[in-house]
Design a protein around this ligand. Sequence first.
Ligand code: F6P
Length: 545
Amino acid sequence: MIVDTPAWAALAAHAATERPPLRALFAADPDRFRRFSAVLDGLLVDHSKQRVTDETMALLQDLARAADLAGWRARLFGGERINATEDRAVFHMALRHLGPEPMTVDGRDVMPEVRAVRDQMRRFADALHDGSWRGHRGERIRHVVNIGIGGSDLGPRMAVAALDASRRPDIDMHFVSNVDGADLQQALAACNPATTLFVVSSKTFTTQETMANAASARAWLVAGLGDEAAVARHFVAVSTNAAAVTAFGIASENMFRFWDWVGGRLSLWSAIGLPIALALGYDRFEELLAGAAAMDRHFRDAEFTENLPVLMALVGIWNNNFLGADALAVLPYSQSLRLLPSFLQQLDMESNGKSTGRDGAAVTWRTGPILFGEPGTNGQHAFYQLIHQGTRLIPCDFIAAAAADHPLGNHHDLLLANFLAQPEALMRGKTADEVRAELAAAGLDGAALERLVPHKVFPGNRPSTAILLEQLDPRRLGMLIALYEHKVFVQGAIWGIHSFDQWGVELGKQLAGRLLPELRGPARTEAHDSSTNGLLQAIKGWRRE
Ligand code: F6P
């Protein structure tokens, strides 16, 4: 077990020693930024405001070696079935591989199939954009509604929002995920059946929410156009399950397939990314793939000491397992990246929210953190108080682009000033003496001044990473997402858990399946605990009234 290695013990001992605060580390070393930051093709990662020294980083490198990270990385890129509980490879890197080299799973080059689906996506996106694909009544498609949930929603939804600046003006994109009818109804209210295309995205094509939304969307379309045959021009599917797609009534030529070696939360690079190609144009989608592929090459080839995903993962483990942080705040200073925290929530928490090790035994160490976030500057006026002065240690990732994607007066300068100020404030804090001097300058003195001092002190020494993009374009977005994907992989490999299954979502699905007929039926049920029985009765009672 990783906690039994000398590398883990050395890190624990290091964490227990008294270490200078960040303010002192910066004061002692003017070169700290240069030494703890790195740039890859317009993407800069700065770890200098993390509570690490050269010694910390060297000990973390020992931990990576103790966990055989190099071996796990080789197994990942070798197409081995490292998703052992589902007996699948984890090979989304093939989806963004744009070179001529083969990418092999089980001795078979998957690239010909991958390229064929890319060609199908390009042809379809082009046909929609040039008007050669039209609706049942011959009208051009103006609205695209993606129906999917989890990995079949969050990635394309986030990417389309992130790249809004290069969105095509002729297509309105909508995303429907929630089984709450409000979601679909609100999307449909903005659409006209004659000009709307539905993309039903589901790896399994069995997900309850998606199937319910797809069935209601289909009923809306058929009612609106008065013809069952209209489905053929207004519905396409993205799935691994051809039989279920056909059973739903979508012709196989209108299906975009992907493969079981693509995890749901890693699937935006597959045909699940079709909405990105439809909203932005297929070439933009390939630029996104190219950015991710550049990060793949870096992750595969760079020394661990210079490897951005590895460094990010190790710093995260330091915070999580040795400094006692429970959470990670992801704070994009970009309205366009407002959905990045939700996307990363699934990526990180569904992957590493595990408490069973690869050997089947319960882990005794912390695994994935609670990930949350909001775009800056909004979060500053909501929950940052706790990050600055609360009792918990919450490491933050601050993300921004140097260039504005929606230039407007001096707005971007204001945004970037805050992007710079918050990590600096967290790192420096404000001492009692600094508070006193400020209050005195404001005219206070004596007891009135002293009473305020403890409340206005900021402890500082609160860690953060800054990620700066040259600009928020498809390539940099692809790099950024792949950076986080590989970080999550590295952390899971070191924690010794299975990062690519998600059994924890099953129980609730099973119970919901059992409760559905009970909710509909007239009989009183006593089949559950008293709370569930009581709530069920209350719902039924109020609905009857
Ligand atoms: O319930 C969780 C989950 O299985 C995710 O892992 C997945 O991304 C999502 O449901 C949607 O699944 P599907 O693409 O099969 O509809």
